[in-house]
Structures are given as C-alpha cells and as structure tokens.
Design a protein. Structure first.
Length: 661
C-alpha cells in the first residue's frame, strides 16, 4: 500500500492489526449543562446516558462563531480562547488536556497528529444538527480510539444524515462587527435508499477591534492589528443503504477540503503590538464508513485518509536571511472496526483502531512517523437493579525518526469498569460510578516543531474516577433534569503547552504529577404552555488542578496554568409563536498564566453576556425564513482568557437564514 509520502507494507499492516486485536486477550489472561433529552427504556433498565446535548435550535440561538464557542456552554469543558474569531480554541475537560477528548463528526474520528489536539475554532457551526458530550454508558458503537479517551464530543451534521424529504436546502448569511462576513449553503437529495449532499462555507474577518489593557497605573485603548482571516470549506457526502433478509447495511462516504489564510496578531506587549506574521493551513479528508445491523449483532467500520499542510511566515524574524518560513505536511491513514453481539442480558464488544502518520518539513527534523493502535474488549451485563461493564484497552505508540538510531515504543493496557443502577432500584433516579485510565502520546508539535519541540517528552497518563447522580422529572408541559458529579483524576507526565510570542511559538513541558479533584452540577428546565416555550439551563463546575510533582518546588500544590477553579454558564430562551429572545452567560474564574500562583501571574475572573432577538416565518409547509440580530459581550467588559491575547468588546451581528424541505 502506498500514498504520496507514505509507504506501508501489507505484512506490516497485518501484523499491527493482529497485534492490536489479540493482545487484550493475553492481557486479561495475565492479570455539562447536561440535558437528558431522551430516556430509552430497554427491559427494566432506563438508559440515562452520560451526555450533554445541544440541539440544532440551541446552536442557532447561540449564534456561535465556531464549534468551540458552542462547547463553552457544556459543563466541565473549558475552552482556552486565544483571540475569538480566527484565534485558536482548544479544549480542556476536568483538568485534562484536549488530547484526552476525541472529536467525532458523523462517526468519523477527527484527529491532528501535527498539533495533537483539535482547533475547535476551525469547525463551522451552521452545518451542525446536534452536539453530544459522552463520558460513559453510551449506546452508540463509537470508534475504539474514542472510547479509550476520557470523553467524546460527538457531532452530527446536515451533510451526512439520510433526509426525510427528497430535497433539502439550508443557507445562512451573517454580518457582524469588525468586518465579520459569513455565508454558507447546504444541499441534499434523498431517495428511497440513498442520499447525496454538498455544502460550502465562507468566512471573512478583519478583526480590527479596540481593546483596553492596564499598563502600570494607566488604562489605555488600542486597536487590534494584523488579525484578518479568510476561511473556505467545501464538503461532498453520500450514502446508500440496503436490506437483505434481517440484515441491514449502510455505506456512507465523505470528501472535504478546508483552507484558512490568517494573520497572527500575537500577544499584546507594551510598545510592540504590531506583528506581520501569517499562517496558512489546508486540510483535505476522504473517508468511507460501513454499518451492518442484524437481530443480535452490530458492526461498524471506517477507513480514512487525511492530508494537512501548514505554513508559518514571519517577515521580521531576526536571523541571517531576515525572515522565517516553516512548512509542515502531515499525511495520515487510519481505519478500524467495532463489533457488538447481544445474548440474553450480556453484551460482548470487540474492536480495533489503527493509524499511521508521517510528518515532512522544509526543516531538518528527519522523517518522523508514528504507528498507533488501540484494541478493545468489552463485556456488559444487565441485572435487575444494576448493570455493569468492564473494558480492556491496549494502547500502542511506535515512533520512528531518521535522526535517531533507535525506535521509541510505548504499550499500555488500561482496564475500565463502570456500574449503574436501574429504575427498579430507585424510580427516576440513577446512581453511577466508573473508573478509567488512558494514555496520550506527545504530538509532532510537542516533539519536533521549530522553537517548540522537546523530543524528550514522555507520554501523558491519566486515571479518572467519577461518581454521580442523574434524575429527570416531567409533568404537564414541565420537565426538569439534574445531574451532579464528583470526579477525581490523577495525571502523570502531564504535557503542558504555553503560548509565548504568538499562536505558533509555544513552550512545551512535562509536569511530573497533577492531582485533580472537583464536582459539577447541571440543571435544565423546560416549560411549554400553548404557544409559549421557555427553557433555562444552568451549570456550575469546580476543579482543583494542582501540581504535586515535587514538595520542594515553588509550584507545589499550585493550580496548573490557565485552569480556572470555577466556571459557570447559563442559557435562557423564551419564545411565542415565531418570536424568540435568547440570553447566554459565561463565567470564567480567576486563573494564573504560569504554574506558579503568585500575584504577577494572576488573571481576573470575568463574566460575559450575549443577547439576541429573532423572528421565524414559515411560508407554506416547506419554506422557513429566520431573521436574528444580537449583541455579544453586552456589558463591554475588557477580558482575555490567555494573558495578552485580548478579546473584543461589545459587538453586533445580524443573521438571515433560509430553509427548504
């Protein structure tokens, strides 16, 4: 098998696959605001799945600039925001880095071996039908590489779903402050056994907003410079399904390309707030998915090829040639399967995911490559009052680089156990607890990138324990759901990335041991009466994430950099017929820019508010027009999540949407 820049022998692929699948057998022998939209009843077991759900209507009312903005309203998730639109947005969950969260879009695991974590600012929101955050106890057969992670962000889009109408059209136009312009269009044709979809999105942003920063005793206003962005996204999808006796088969495919050209304003420094650095990224992806369903069995498989390119250019870099230009290309091949068999009260699962990634560059970094394999065995047993599951995961990372004479390899077996109560024990309430260890390898960025790399990094290992209670009540148009959690995490060799000059120049380090303890509570209330609809969503999260590596260190028992102890969120909406009013509030507690929690590193807490008003007009049965206008950062507070990466003040938008189906 051969791709440009990638050469894999079939025998090596077979050995890796066989190794990943078989090793768990030997290992066994040797030893957010949370909304429970649906409760699926199976026998006497109510299925309170540990998930947060944001529906399409919730996302539309939020009018987020990207997926990262929407995820801020899921409890437990912290989005590290490096400058709003065009700025990097990375995810942290309960003190764990974004690499411990797997993003899945339409059943397809999305990863970036280049940086190790997803930039959620690059994922457009208008195409999204649903967002879920899974922890444990999910009924969907997810890729094995996702199940081993601490949690999963599961996204379903308009493009990759079989429609209920022969033809569907969605389009949006948005104008906002600071030169923000967005437009997208999505088309889908659905037949009896097939669908074909295509979509395109365009975003432009000048980003010349004013901001205020205190320097000494002065509070001076400045204007953001070198902050323009253009973003193009094109997608083509299709699916075909057929039935043969009791067996149902579904085959889907997806092709996409995404190009971003952006200026990098960098960190704001007194007397030097102008930079001319730019970054270009281009990513293409092709994938194939197959699902098979029978009476007692389910099989899901996927294959994927991804090509990613990044160019960083700084015309003012002080070196012998007077500029800096770095180019990186990553190519990835991945695939996997997940099979489930149901027999009486037992569920048996087996699966394996495999990927091969290679990095090339105009710099002399060798030819780093990585084999990754994750294999799984799972057994679930449902009793009258309880149901329990046990999982075994084998994670393997094998690194090669022509600059080094030896091969780096890492193999770790991670068992997971979970127990949940059924409705037979307590009506409308579920108690649960689970224990899960997992590992993540340093990314190519961590190891090799210019002005970044640290080839001596060790894999990061995390162990999680969670206990919680779910409850749900409904009566005469009123519904209330509540989830509370207590969590305790232990992290060894935590890989911590801190920005320095701009979003390309970072500092990477291992923090020996990190102790995480905390809890959260999530409440969702809905009320419907005639033509009135009201919903309120509240979330509160506390997390103590401390460095416990060395008792003699000045950072011992200090909070890890850029990790707030307290976060909170609220979503409120009220509608009457076609008119709706929506409010979103986000609280980020105090945090520190470095691991040493001293006054000079302290960052103040802040609370932002967004308000929007809209009207939806239905023409006949198939046409819907919606007009929405709003204000973001209603109180015009000056704030920044990351020190010196300033955020915009009060800004406005107007959005026009049209749908046909």
């Amino acid at each position: 098998m051969s791709f440009k820049g990638i050469h894999i022998s079939l025998d090596k692929l077979f050995i890796m696959f066989l190794y990943g699948v078989c090793m768990p057998f030997f290992a066994f022998g040797q030893s957010d605001t949370t909304v429970f939209e649906e409760i699926t009843i199976k026998g006497h077991h109510p299925r309170f799945e540990q998930q947060t759900i944001l529906k399409q209507q919730d996302i539309q009312k939020l009018v987020p600039s990207d997926l990262g903005t929407a995820l801020q309203y899921i409890n437990g998730i912290s989005i590290k925001n490096y400058g709003d639109i065009g700025g990097l947005k990375t995810l942290s969950y309960r003190g764990l880095g974004g690499e411990h969260t797997q993003l899945i879009i339409d059943g397809e695991p999305i990863s970036d071996p280049q940086s190790g974590q997803i930039n959620y600012a690059t994922i457009p929101p208008n195409n999204i039908e649903e967002i879920k955050l899974y922890e444990q106890n999910n009924s969907e057969l997810l890729p094995v590489s996702a199940l081993v992670k601490s949690n999963v962000v599961l996204v379903k889009t308009f493009d990759q779903q079989f429609g209920t109408h022969p033809f569907a059209l969605r389009t949006n136009f948005l104008l906002g402050s600071f030169g923000q312009k967005e437009a997208d269009i999505r088309l889908k044709n659905t037949g009896k056994n097939y669908f074909i979809s295509t979509s395109g999105a365009y975003k432009a942003y000048k980003g010349d907003y004013t901001y205020r920063l205190p320097f000494g005793n002065q509070d001076t206003s400045y204007r953001r410079q070198n902050n323009e962005l253009t973003d193009f996204h094109i997608n083509l999808g299709g699916g075909y399904k057929w039935r043969k006796q009791e067996n149902k088969h579904v085959l889907t495919t997806n092709l996409s390309t995404h190009t971003i050209q952006q200026e990098l304003p960098g960190a704001v420094i007194l007397y030097n707030n102008l930079t001319q650095a730019t970054m270009s990224t281009q990513s293409s992806l092709a994938s194939l998915h197959y699902n098979w369903y029978s009476k007692n069995s389910t099989l899901k498989g996927f294959a994927q090829y991804a090509h990613r390119y990044l160019r960083y250019y700084d015309p003012n870099f002080l070196n012998s040639v007077g500029f800096l230009e770095n180019k990186y290309t990553t190519q990835s091949v991945s695939g996997g399967f997940h099979y489930q068999y149901h027999w009486k009260d037992f569920y048996f699962n087996i699966g394996d995911d495999f990927s091969y990634d290679i990095l090339t560059s105009n710099r002399d970094i060798g030819s780093p490559s990585r084999y990754t394999n994750t294999a799984m065995l799972r057994v679930k047993y449902e009793m009258k009052y309880f149901f329990a599951e046990a999982n075994g995961f084998l994670q393997s990372f094998i690194d090669n680089n022509t600059l080094f004479s030896h091969q780096k390899s890492y193999h770790k077996f991670n068992p997971t156990i979970a127990i949940y109560t059924s409705e037979q024990l307590v009506k409308k309430i579920q108690f649960y607890a689970w224990f899960k260890p997992s590992s993540r390898a340093p990314s190519f960025t961590d190891l090799y990138y210019s002005q970044i790399g640290n080839k001596d990094l060790d894999p990061e290992e995390a162990t999680q324990f969670n206990a919680g209670i779910n409850s749900g009540f409904t009566q005469k148009g009123f519904s209330l759901t509540i989830q509370t959690n207590f969590f305790k995490n232990w992290v060894r060799n935590k890989i911590l990335a801190l920005p320095t000059k701009n979003l390309f120049i970072w500092s990477i380090q291992n923090v020996g041991k990190v102790d995480v303890i905390g809890g959260d509570i999530n409440l969702n209330l809905k009320y419907e009466y005639k033509n009135w609809r009201t919903s309120l969503q509240l979330g509160f999260n506390y997390q103590q994430v401390e460095d416990i590596s060395d008792k003699n260190s000045p950072t011992y028992r200090h909070q890890i950099a850029y990790t707030p102890k307290i976060t909170g969120n609220t979503l409120f909406s009220i509608s009457f017929k076609g008119i709706f009013l929506s409010y979103a509030g986000l609280y980020i507690g105090e945090r520190y820019s470095l691991n040493e929690n001293i006054p000079s590193n302290h960052l103040d807490a802040y609370f932002t508010s967004d308000l929007s008003l809209g009207y939806q007009l239905k023409l006949a049965e198939k046409h819907t027009i919606e007009l929405q206008a709003g204000i973001k950062n209603l109180t015009d507070i000056p704030y920044n999540y990351i020190r010196y990466f300033v955020m915009p003040g009060r800004n406005y938008f107007i959005k026009l949407s049209y749908a046909f189906n």
